[in-house]
Design a protein around this ligand. Sequence first.
Ligand SMILES: [Zn+2]
Ligand SMILES: [Zn+2]
Length: 373
Amino acid sequence: MKVPSVPLPEPDRPPEVPKTEEHRFPCDACGGDMRFDPGRDAMTCDHCGNVTALGAGDGGTIREIAIEKGLDAGGALEEETKVLDCPNCGAQVEFDPAIHAAECPFCATPVVTGTGTNRHIKPAAVVPFDLQEAAAHKAMDDWLGNLWFAPSGLQKYARKGQKMAGIYVPFWTFDADTESSYSGQRGDIYYETQTVMRDGKRTRVQVAKVRWTPRSGRVRRFFDDVVVLASTSLPKSHTDALEPWDLSALAPYAPQYLAGFRAEAYRVDLEAGLTEARARMDAVIARDVRMDIGGDQQRITRIDTRLSDVTFKHVLLPVWVAAYKYRGESYRFVVNGQTGRVQGERPYSKIKIALALLALLIVVGIAAALYGG
Ligand SMILES: [Zn+2]
Ligand SMILES: [Zn+2]
Protein backbone atom coordinates (compact mmCIF):
# COMPACT_ATOMS: atom_id res chain seq x y z
CA MET A 1 0.00 0.00 0.00
CA LYS A 2 1.37 3.37 -0.99
CA VAL A 3 1.20 5.95 1.74
CA PRO A 4 0.90 9.63 0.80
CA SER A 5 3.64 11.74 2.26
CA VAL A 6 2.71 14.54 4.59
CA PRO A 7 4.81 17.67 5.04
CA LEU A 8 6.35 18.00 8.47
CA PRO A 9 5.90 21.27 10.31
CA GLU A 10 8.49 23.92 9.59
CA PRO A 11 10.83 24.04 12.56
CA ASP A 12 10.95 27.83 12.78
CA ARG A 13 7.18 28.27 12.90
CA PRO A 14 5.55 26.32 15.73
CA PRO A 15 1.95 25.29 15.06
CA GLU A 16 -0.65 27.46 16.70
CA VAL A 17 -2.21 25.94 19.78
CA PRO A 18 -4.88 27.68 21.84
CA LYS A 19 -3.15 29.04 24.93
CA THR A 20 -5.94 28.13 27.32
CA GLU A 21 -5.67 24.45 26.48
CA GLU A 22 -1.95 24.09 26.79
CA HIS A 23 -1.89 22.85 30.34
CA ARG A 24 -5.11 21.17 31.23
CA PHE A 25 -3.86 19.46 34.35
CA PRO A 26 -0.84 21.35 35.68
CA CYS A 27 1.11 19.83 38.56
CA ASP A 28 0.77 21.96 41.75
CA ALA A 29 4.37 21.21 42.60
CA CYS A 30 6.19 22.04 39.35
CA GLY A 31 3.61 23.21 36.80
CA GLY A 32 4.32 20.36 34.39
CA ASP A 33 1.58 18.33 32.73
CA MET A 34 0.16 15.53 34.82
CA ARG A 35 -1.10 12.33 33.27
CA PHE A 36 -3.55 9.65 34.33
CA ASP A 37 -1.65 6.78 35.93
CA PRO A 38 -3.06 3.39 34.83
CA GLY A 39 -4.18 1.11 37.63
CA ARG A 40 -3.69 3.72 40.35
CA ASP A 41 -6.77 5.95 40.26
CA ALA A 42 -4.38 8.86 40.43
CA MET A 43 -2.62 11.45 38.33
CA THR A 44 1.16 11.46 38.18
CA CYS A 45 3.63 14.16 37.21
CA ASP A 46 6.49 12.62 35.23
CA HIS A 47 8.61 15.74 35.78
CA CYS A 48 8.74 15.75 39.58
CA GLY A 49 6.99 12.57 40.66
CA ASN A 50 4.05 14.29 42.32
CA VAL A 51 1.01 12.02 42.66
CA THR A 52 -2.56 13.27 43.16
CA ALA A 53 -5.35 10.84 43.99
CA LEU A 54 -8.39 11.12 41.74
CA GLY A 55 -10.99 9.69 44.09
CA ALA A 56 -12.97 8.16 41.25
CA GLY A 57 -15.97 6.11 42.23
CA ASP A 58 -17.55 9.02 44.03
CA GLY A 59 -18.00 10.75 40.69
CA GLY A 60 -21.73 10.09 40.46
CA THR A 61 -23.69 7.65 38.33
CA ILE A 62 -23.46 6.79 34.66
CA ARG A 63 -26.61 7.86 32.89
CA GLU A 64 -28.31 5.91 30.16
CA ILE A 65 -29.80 8.23 27.53
CA ALA A 66 -33.08 7.57 25.72
CA ILE A 67 -32.35 6.68 22.11
CA GLU A 68 -34.83 9.26 20.75
CA LYS A 69 -32.81 12.01 22.40
CA GLY A 70 -29.60 10.69 20.89
CA LEU A 71 -31.00 10.33 17.37
CA ASP A 72 -32.33 13.89 17.52
CA ALA A 73 -28.79 14.81 18.46
CA GLY A 74 -27.64 18.33 19.01
CA GLY A 75 -27.79 20.49 22.09
CA ALA A 76 -26.60 19.44 25.45
CA LEU A 77 -25.65 15.91 24.40
CA GLU A 78 -22.95 17.10 22.04
CA GLU A 79 -19.57 18.72 22.38
CA GLU A 80 -16.90 19.92 20.01
CA THR A 81 -13.30 18.77 20.28
CA LYS A 82 -10.14 19.49 18.37
CA VAL A 83 -9.06 16.51 16.35
CA LEU A 84 -6.18 15.39 14.25
CA ASP A 85 -7.16 13.97 10.86
CA CYS A 86 -4.99 11.24 9.45
CA PRO A 87 -4.70 11.73 5.67
CA ASN A 88 -3.81 8.07 5.21
CA CYS A 89 -6.28 5.99 7.23
CA GLY A 90 -8.91 8.61 8.06
CA ALA A 91 -8.66 8.25 11.84
CA GLN A 92 -9.79 11.24 13.86
CA VAL A 93 -8.02 11.48 17.16
CA GLU A 94 -8.46 14.04 19.88
CA PHE A 95 -5.02 15.45 20.39
CA ASP A 96 -3.03 16.37 23.40
CA PRO A 97 -2.45 20.13 22.99
CA ALA A 98 1.10 19.60 24.20
CA ILE A 99 1.93 17.47 21.15
CA HIS A 100 2.23 19.40 17.91
CA ALA A 101 3.35 16.84 15.40
CA ALA A 102 3.15 13.14 15.74
CA GLU A 103 2.57 9.87 13.99
CA CYS A 104 -0.95 8.62 13.47
CA PRO A 105 -1.31 6.04 16.22
CA PHE A 106 -3.17 3.71 13.87
CA CYS A 107 -0.95 3.64 10.78
CA ALA A 108 2.32 5.40 11.71
CA THR A 109 1.85 8.12 9.09
CA PRO A 110 3.33 11.47 10.20
CA VAL A 111 0.54 13.94 10.87
CA VAL A 112 0.49 17.56 11.87
CA THR A 113 -2.09 18.67 14.37
CA GLY A 114 -4.40 20.91 12.45
CA THR A 115 -7.29 23.05 13.45
CA GLY A 116 -9.88 20.40 12.63
CA THR A 117 -12.83 20.05 14.95
CA ASN A 118 -15.33 17.30 15.42
CA ARG A 119 -18.84 17.68 16.81
CA HIS A 120 -20.09 14.57 18.52
CA ILE A 121 -22.09 13.07 21.34
CA LYS A 122 -20.19 13.37 24.59
CA PRO A 123 -18.84 10.19 26.18
CA ALA A 124 -20.87 9.10 29.20
CA ALA A 125 -18.39 6.73 30.69
CA VAL A 126 -14.89 5.39 30.38
CA VAL A 127 -13.05 2.26 31.43
CA PRO A 128 -9.81 3.85 32.67
CA PHE A 129 -6.51 2.31 31.61
CA ASP A 130 -5.47 -0.36 34.09
CA LEU A 131 -2.37 -1.63 32.29
CA GLN A 132 0.82 0.44 32.36
CA GLU A 133 2.65 1.07 29.09
CA ALA A 134 5.60 -1.06 30.24
CA ALA A 135 3.31 -4.08 30.64
CA ALA A 136 1.75 -3.48 27.22
CA HIS A 137 5.21 -3.20 25.74
CA LYS A 138 6.28 -6.46 27.32
CA ALA A 139 3.20 -8.15 25.86
CA MET A 140 4.25 -6.93 22.43
CA ASP A 141 7.84 -8.14 22.91
CA ASP A 142 6.62 -11.58 23.99
CA TRP A 143 4.29 -11.75 21.03
CA LEU A 144 7.01 -10.73 18.58
CA GLY A 145 9.41 -13.21 20.16
CA ASN A 146 7.03 -16.05 19.38
CA LEU A 147 6.76 -15.21 15.72
CA TRP A 148 8.69 -17.83 13.96
CA PHE A 149 7.68 -16.74 10.49
CA ALA A 150 8.39 -13.05 10.98
CA PRO A 151 11.38 -11.59 9.12
CA SER A 152 14.50 -11.73 11.31
CA GLY A 153 15.01 -7.97 11.37
CA LEU A 154 11.47 -7.25 12.50
CA GLN A 155 11.78 -7.96 16.20
CA LYS A 156 14.80 -5.73 16.55
CA TYR A 157 13.18 -3.10 14.40
CA ALA A 158 9.90 -3.12 16.29
CA ARG A 159 11.58 -3.01 19.68
CA LYS A 160 13.86 -0.17 18.82
CA GLY A 161 12.19 3.06 19.75
CA GLN A 162 8.73 1.60 19.44
CA LYS A 163 6.35 3.66 21.51
CA MET A 164 2.87 2.52 22.25
CA ALA A 165 0.04 5.03 22.18
CA GLY A 166 -2.69 4.75 24.79
CA ILE A 167 -5.94 5.35 22.98
CA TYR A 168 -9.50 5.41 24.24
CA VAL A 169 -11.46 3.70 21.48
CA PRO A 170 -15.13 4.70 21.03
CA PHE A 171 -17.96 2.22 21.51
CA TRP A 172 -21.73 2.40 21.84
CA THR A 173 -23.64 0.31 24.34
CA PHE A 174 -27.38 -0.25 24.07
CA ASP A 175 -30.04 -1.40 26.52
CA ALA A 176 -33.50 -2.45 25.34
CA ASP A 177 -36.56 -4.25 26.53
CA THR A 178 -37.94 -6.54 23.84
CA GLU A 179 -41.14 -8.47 23.38
CA SER A 180 -41.46 -10.75 20.38
CA SER A 181 -44.37 -12.76 19.02
CA TYR A 182 -43.54 -15.61 16.73
CA SER A 183 -45.01 -18.44 14.72
CA GLY A 184 -43.34 -21.56 13.47
CA GLN A 185 -43.32 -25.31 13.76
CA ARG A 186 -42.02 -27.78 16.28
CA GLY A 187 -40.47 -30.98 15.00
CA ASP A 188 -40.52 -34.14 17.15
CA ILE A 189 -38.60 -37.16 16.08
CA TYR A 190 -40.32 -40.54 16.24
CA TYR A 191 -39.39 -43.94 14.92
CA GLU A 192 -41.30 -46.18 12.58
CA THR A 193 -40.69 -49.87 12.22
CA GLN A 194 -40.41 -50.92 8.62
CA THR A 195 -39.72 -54.24 7.00
CA VAL A 196 -37.06 -54.17 4.31
CA MET A 197 -35.20 -56.77 2.27
CA ARG A 198 -31.59 -57.06 3.31
CA ASP A 199 -29.22 -59.74 1.94
CA GLY A 200 -32.27 -61.55 0.59
CA LYS A 201 -33.96 -61.64 4.03
CA ARG A 202 -36.91 -59.71 5.39
CA THR A 203 -35.53 -57.47 8.16
CA ARG A 204 -37.30 -55.05 10.54
CA VAL A 205 -35.58 -51.65 10.90
CA GLN A 206 -36.31 -48.42 12.84
CA VAL A 207 -36.64 -45.34 10.63
CA ALA A 208 -36.51 -41.78 12.12
CA LYS A 209 -39.32 -39.44 11.10
CA VAL A 210 -40.21 -35.87 12.13
CA ARG A 211 -43.70 -34.90 13.16
CA TRP A 212 -44.26 -31.14 12.61
CA THR A 213 -46.87 -29.26 14.62
CA PRO A 214 -47.66 -25.55 14.38
CA ARG A 215 -46.50 -23.39 17.28
CA SER A 216 -46.82 -19.73 18.14
CA GLY A 217 -46.05 -17.70 21.25
CA ARG A 218 -44.22 -14.82 22.82
CA VAL A 219 -40.75 -14.32 24.27
CA ARG A 220 -39.41 -11.42 26.27
CA ARG A 221 -35.86 -10.38 26.94
CA PHE A 222 -34.14 -7.38 28.44
CA PHE A 223 -30.80 -6.56 26.84
CA ASP A 224 -28.21 -4.87 29.00
CA ASP A 225 -25.13 -3.26 27.45
CA VAL A 226 -24.96 -4.65 23.94
CA VAL A 227 -21.53 -3.34 22.93
CA VAL A 228 -20.85 -2.05 19.39
CA LEU A 229 -17.51 -0.75 18.09
CA ALA A 230 -17.78 2.85 16.86
CA SER A 231 -14.29 3.08 15.39
CA THR A 232 -13.24 2.30 11.85
CA SER A 233 -9.51 2.86 12.38
CA LEU A 234 -8.78 -0.56 13.77
CA PRO A 235 -9.82 -3.70 11.91
CA LYS A 236 -12.88 -5.19 13.59
CA SER A 237 -11.03 -8.50 13.88
CA HIS A 238 -8.50 -6.72 16.11
CA THR A 239 -10.98 -5.18 18.51
CA ASP A 240 -13.14 -8.33 18.59
CA ALA A 241 -10.04 -10.25 19.64
CA LEU A 242 -9.59 -7.90 22.59
CA GLU A 243 -12.93 -8.97 24.11
CA PRO A 244 -14.21 -9.52 26.69
CA TRP A 245 -14.40 -6.09 28.30
CA ASP A 246 -15.38 -5.82 31.93
CA LEU A 247 -17.92 -3.02 31.78
CA SER A 248 -18.40 -3.09 35.54
CA ALA A 249 -15.23 -0.99 35.60
CA LEU A 250 -16.96 1.85 33.71
CA ALA A 251 -16.54 5.17 35.49
CA PRO A 252 -18.47 8.36 34.76
CA TYR A 253 -16.56 10.31 32.12
CA ALA A 254 -13.97 12.72 33.50
CA PRO A 255 -11.31 14.46 31.38
CA GLN A 256 -8.64 13.49 33.91
CA TYR A 257 -8.75 9.88 32.65
CA LEU A 258 -7.69 11.13 29.22
CA ALA A 259 -4.69 13.17 30.41
CA GLY A 260 -1.62 11.77 28.67
CA PHE A 261 -3.77 9.58 26.42
CA ARG A 262 -5.72 10.11 23.25
CA ALA A 263 -9.35 9.61 22.51
CA GLU A 264 -10.54 8.60 19.09
CA ALA A 265 -13.67 10.23 17.71
CA TYR A 266 -16.39 7.78 16.68
CA ARG A 267 -16.93 7.21 12.96
CA VAL A 268 -19.88 4.83 13.29
CA ASP A 269 -22.80 7.09 14.22
CA LEU A 270 -25.49 6.27 16.74
CA GLU A 271 -28.02 5.13 14.15
CA ALA A 272 -25.59 2.74 12.45
CA GLY A 273 -24.54 1.50 15.89
CA LEU A 274 -28.16 0.80 16.79
CA THR A 275 -28.65 -1.15 13.55
CA GLU A 276 -25.75 -3.41 14.44
CA ALA A 277 -26.98 -3.84 18.00
CA ARG A 278 -30.43 -4.76 16.63
CA ALA A 279 -28.91 -7.50 14.47
CA ARG A 280 -27.18 -8.97 17.52
CA MET A 281 -30.36 -8.79 19.59
CA ASP A 282 -32.35 -10.47 16.78
CA ALA A 283 -29.93 -13.40 16.78
CA VAL A 284 -30.41 -13.86 20.53
CA ILE A 285 -34.20 -13.54 20.19
CA ALA A 286 -34.24 -16.22 17.46
CA ARG A 287 -32.40 -18.52 19.86
CA ASP A 288 -34.98 -17.74 22.57
CA VAL A 289 -37.78 -18.57 20.12
CA ARG A 290 -36.21 -21.94 19.30
CA MET A 291 -35.97 -22.72 23.01
CA ASP A 292 -39.62 -21.70 23.45
CA ILE A 293 -40.80 -23.87 20.54
CA GLY A 294 -38.93 -26.84 21.99
CA GLY A 295 -38.87 -30.28 20.45
CA ASP A 296 -36.02 -31.78 18.47
CA GLN A 297 -36.14 -29.37 15.53
CA GLN A 298 -37.66 -25.95 14.97
CA ARG A 299 -38.82 -23.88 12.02
CA ILE A 300 -39.42 -20.15 12.44
CA THR A 301 -41.74 -18.52 9.94
CA ARG A 302 -42.19 -15.12 11.60
CA ILE A 303 -40.82 -13.04 14.50
CA ASP A 304 -42.24 -9.60 15.27
CA THR A 305 -40.19 -7.76 17.86
CA ARG A 306 -41.24 -4.65 19.71
CA LEU A 307 -38.46 -2.65 21.36
CA SER A 308 -39.16 -0.33 24.24
CA ASP A 309 -37.09 1.69 26.70
CA VAL A 310 -34.13 1.75 24.32
CA THR A 311 -31.22 3.63 25.86
CA PHE A 312 -27.61 4.11 24.89
CA LYS A 313 -24.26 5.21 26.24
CA HIS A 314 -21.22 6.42 24.38
CA VAL A 315 -18.26 4.83 26.16
CA LEU A 316 -14.48 4.88 25.73
CA LEU A 317 -12.45 1.70 26.22
CA PRO A 318 -8.65 1.61 26.70
CA VAL A 319 -6.37 0.15 24.01
CA TRP A 320 -2.59 0.34 23.72
CA VAL A 321 -1.67 0.59 20.05
CA ALA A 322 1.68 0.23 18.32
CA ALA A 323 1.67 1.00 14.62
CA TYR A 324 4.85 0.44 12.68
CA LYS A 325 5.95 0.58 9.10
CA TYR A 326 8.03 -2.23 7.73
CA ARG A 327 9.19 -2.01 4.10
CA GLY A 328 6.51 0.54 3.31
CA GLU A 329 3.59 -1.36 4.81
CA SER A 330 1.71 -0.43 8.00
CA TYR A 331 1.23 -3.04 10.68
CA ARG A 332 -0.56 -2.76 13.99
CA PHE A 333 -0.35 -4.36 17.34
CA VAL A 334 -3.03 -3.80 19.99
CA VAL A 335 -3.29 -4.61 23.69
CA ASN A 336 -6.46 -4.42 25.77
CA GLY A 337 -5.61 -1.67 28.29
CA GLN A 338 -7.84 -3.29 30.87
CA THR A 339 -7.01 -7.01 30.65
CA GLY A 340 -3.74 -7.23 28.70
CA ARG A 341 -5.13 -9.42 25.91
CA VAL A 342 -3.10 -8.97 22.71
CA GLN A 343 -3.72 -9.05 18.96
CA GLY A 344 -1.52 -8.07 16.08
CA GLU A 345 -0.61 -8.39 12.45
CA ARG A 346 2.84 -8.77 11.03
CA PRO A 347 4.69 -9.48 7.84
CA TYR A 348 5.66 -13.05 7.00
CA SER A 349 9.11 -13.96 5.85
CA LYS A 350 8.80 -15.82 2.53
CA ILE A 351 12.25 -17.31 2.99
CA LYS A 352 11.46 -18.73 6.43
CA ILE A 353 8.20 -20.23 5.19
CA ALA A 354 9.94 -21.74 2.17
CA LEU A 355 12.63 -23.26 4.41
CA ALA A 356 10.01 -24.71 6.75
CA LEU A 357 8.16 -26.27 3.82
CA LEU A 358 11.38 -27.71 2.47
CA ALA A 359 12.20 -29.23 5.87
CA LEU A 360 8.72 -30.74 6.02
CA LEU A 361 9.08 -32.26 2.55
CA ILE A 362 12.43 -33.81 3.51
CA VAL A 363 10.89 -35.37 6.65
CA VAL A 364 7.96 -36.71 4.62
CA GLY A 365 10.42 -38.03 2.02
CA ILE A 366 12.50 -39.85 4.65
CA ALA A 367 9.38 -41.32 6.26
CA ALA A 368 8.18 -42.53 2.87
CA ALA A 369 11.55 -44.13 2.15
CA LEU A 370 11.61 -45.87 5.55
CA TYR A 371 8.07 -47.14 5.73
CA GLY A 372 6.99 -47.10 2.10
CA GLY A 373 8.70 -50.44 1.46
ZN1 LIG B 1 5.40 18.09 38.90
ZN1 LIG C 1 -3.59 6.93 10.15
